[in-house]
Design a protein. Structure first.
Lengths: 244, 241
């Protein structure tokens, strides 16, 4: 546990050592605000809730989270610091989890800084704060799942740009898996069971359920297991690719 | 006295290429082994396997009584390792970097400050401890890498080209540092610079294509070949006489 804490602190600090952290947070907040007010019609719909705000989170995460995760392992591999890191007396579990938690905590900071939306909507009306809390939890879990996928892909390459682009593409597939965009393609030829299975992998499907204010254990388990599976694969990929 | 470092039929294959081919040797306390060989001879690969970074294809390395295949954590804890190119986190300062390595290498919070100050002194980093590592010169970066390998005062030191990129004065200092630690440690140094072997090593080993071609004190190697210098002997055994 001590090692995870030490790795966490180093990695978390690394985000703030460069302008990356500040750029990320500013862009996240500006885009979340713009989409909520201008595209989502936050004021025009005249309802005291944050649905237009949370509704855009999957699409924001889609390209912002890969920007965070791309450096997790690709940078270490390019700089050669992976050799230093993995010859410290730490386990692979500690290495992978420490880095992941640092990135996840960082997205937590960005998400927490959106609290003015919550304050505004409480000032303007009487929203269901239970629904808002559930949506925040759901959004954070979903960000974790995107991050774990991004971390896995970052471990596959030395090139951060490749890590970014591939992670964004894979995250897109997971986002839309449950929506007609992807399902229409499979429906014509794939057996019904397969279509249903693919639909179940959709992040949107699970996030929509939580957004309605019901934290169903199945949705939590879905995002939790997505994180765990991606991180286990991450550990194997590092072991397999580190010699290159 | 049993050897601190024992290499047993150590082999590494990358696909069809055998980079390290059944190496076998032992290094005891008080020895400084100079690891020589042309580029691509398998020096770095051997060091990566000893330090637990790469898994051997066959054979093993036993460090301070721990088998690297069975107990990699114990081996990593016993070793101070300077990887090729002396990598370090560019965004950190030497002070924060060395403190991080000291803590993760298990030093208690109370010991970290003293240990970091000791290695900063030993490697003469005092002037730059607060500068980001990415802004340091090549020589300083190398010394940060060396400091990182020494911070937990390990019994076994594996140094991959510790003097590469240093100017003659800095080379001299690093050699003195290695010699000052030689008595109580087991040190393996890889190098291209043959005069370095003459200067610091109690024993030299020339490898090529993953096999040991010659092993002895620098004087023995010179005497065996009748060559006037290690340079000539090196060219002779690696096939460029």
């Amino acid at each position: 546990m001590r090692n995870i804490g030490l790795i966490f602190r180093r990695e978390f600090g690394a985000y703030f050592a460069t302008p990356l952290a500040y750029i990320f947070i500013v862009i996240f907040l500006v885009m979340a605000g713009t989409l909520t007010f201008f595209v989502g019609g936050f004021l025009a719909r005249d309802q005291a809730d944050l649905q237009p705000f949370f509704g855009f989170h999957p699409w924001l995460y889609l390209f912002l989270v890969p920007a965070l995760s791309m450096r997790l392992w690709a940078e270490d591999r390019r700089l050669g610091t992976i050799e230093l890191f993995l010859t410290l007396p730490i386990t692979m579990f500690e290495a992978v989890v420490g880095k992941f938690l640092a990135a996840w905590a960082f997205t937590g900071v960005a998400l927490a800084l959106t609290c003015p939306f919550w304050i505004s909507v409480n000032y303007l009306g009487n929203p269901d704060n239970g629904v808002i809390l559930a949506s925040y939890i759901g959004s954070y879990l979903m960000a974790g799942a995107y991050l774990a996928i991004g971390s896995l892909i970052s471990a596959m390459t030395k090139n951060q740009v490749i890590a970014f682009v591939v992670a964004a593409a894979v995250c897109f597939l997971f986002t839309v898996a449950g929506s007609p965009i992807l399902l229409n393609y499979f429906e014509n030829w794939a057996p019904g069971g397969l279509v249903e299975a693919i639909a179940n992998f959709g992040f949107l499907t699970h996030f929509d359920a939580i957004q309605r204010g019901v934290i169903d254990l199945r949705d939590v388990i879905f995002f939790g297991s997505a994180i765990v599976i991606a991180l286990i694969a991450n550990a194997f990929v590092i072991d397999w690719k580190k010699a290159e | 006295m049993s050897a601190l470092l024992s290499i047993q039929k150590l082999t590494k294959r990358f696909g069809p290429i055998t980079a390290v081919d059944g190496l076998e040797f032992e290094v005891g306390r008080g020895e400084v082994l100079g690891f020589l060989g042309p580029n691509g001879a398998g020096k770095s690969t051997t060091m990566k396997m000893i330090s637990g970074f790469l898994a051997p294809s066959a054979g093993t390395a036993v460090v301070a009584g721990h088998d690297v295949r069975m107990a990699p954590q114990a081996v990593k804890a016993a070793i101070g390792y300077l990887p090729e190119g002396a990598p370090a986190y560019p965004d950190m300062t030497p002070l924060s970097f060395l403190s991080f390595v000291a803590r993760i290498r298990g030093l208690a919070d109370g010991e970290v400050k003293d240990a970091v100050e000791r290695v900063i002194e030993q490697t003469r980093l005092t002037q730059v401890v607060m500068q980001p590592i990415e802004t340091l010169s090549k020589g300083y970066k190398r010394r940060v890498g060396l400091a990182q390998a020494l911070v937990h005062d390990p019994e076994v030191l594996i140094l991959d080209e510790p003097t590469d990129g240093l100017d003659p004065n800095q080379k001299h200092e690093v050699r003195n540092l290695i010699m000052s630690m030689a008595a109580e440690k087991c040190i393996v140094v890889s190098t291209h610079i043959l005069e370095e072997v003459d200067a610091v090593c109690s024993r030299a080993m020339i490898i090529a294509r993953g096999r040991v071609l010659a092993d002895g004190t620098p004087e023995e190697l010179k005497a065996r070949s009748g060559a006037a210098s290690l340079d000539d002997f090196f060219r002779e055994v690696t096939g460029h006489a």
